[in-house]
Design a protein around this ligand. Structure first.
Ligand code: DGP
Length: 113
C-alpha cells in the first residue's frame, strides 16, 4: 500500500481542491500550480501509486483510468482544439506526488467550470 498523499486527502475531501469533473472511476481537479490555461490533474479513484504499477494491474483498472481522462477532456470541451496528456513516473520522471495522476493541458480555455 502506497503512502498517504495529498491526493488521497483531496479525494476524501479532507483538503479543498477545485474539482472540475468526477465519476465512478476518476476525480479531476485544477492543478495548484497551472502551467497552461487549462491544467487539470486526473486521478483514479482506485488508487495506483505510479504509472509503472499499471503493468501488473487489472486491465480494467488501466482502461477505466484512461477512459476517465478522455471523459475529462470531453467535459472540458477540449476535443476540438486538442490537448496534451502527461504522466510523470518516479523520481527521474519528476513525479512528486506518489499517486498516479494524468495532467491534461490545453492552450485554449474552453472550460465552463
Ligand atoms: P508531479 O510533480 O507529477 O507529481 O505533479 C504533482 C502536481 O500536483 C503538481 O503540478 C502540483 C500539483 N499539486 C501538488 N499539491 C497539490 C494540491 O494540494 N492541490 C492541487 N490542486 N494540486 C497540487
Amino acid at each position: 500500500m502506497a503512502d498517504e498523499t495529498i491526493f488521497d486527502k483531496i479525494l476524501r475531501r479532507e483538503i479543498p481542491a477545485q474539482v472540475v469533473y468526477e465519476d465512478d472511476d476518476v476525480l479531476a481537479f485544477r492543478d495548484v500550480n497551472p502551467q497552461a490555461p487549462v491544467h487539470v490533474l486526473v486521478i483514479p479513484k482506485k488508487k495506483v501509486g505510479r504509472f509503472a504499477e499499471l503493468k501488473s494491474a487489472p486491465l480494467r483498472d488501466a482502461g477505466a483510468f484512461f477512459a476517465g481522462v478522455a471523459r475529462v477532456a470531453h467535459e472540458l470541451r477540449l476535443e476540438q482544439n486538442g490537448y496534451r496528456v502527461v504522466l510523470n513516473n518516479g523520481r527521474d520522471g519528476q513525479q512528486t506526488v506518489e499517486y498516479l495522476h494524468a495532467r491534461v493541458r490545453a492552450k485554449t480555455l474552453f472550460a465552463t467550470h
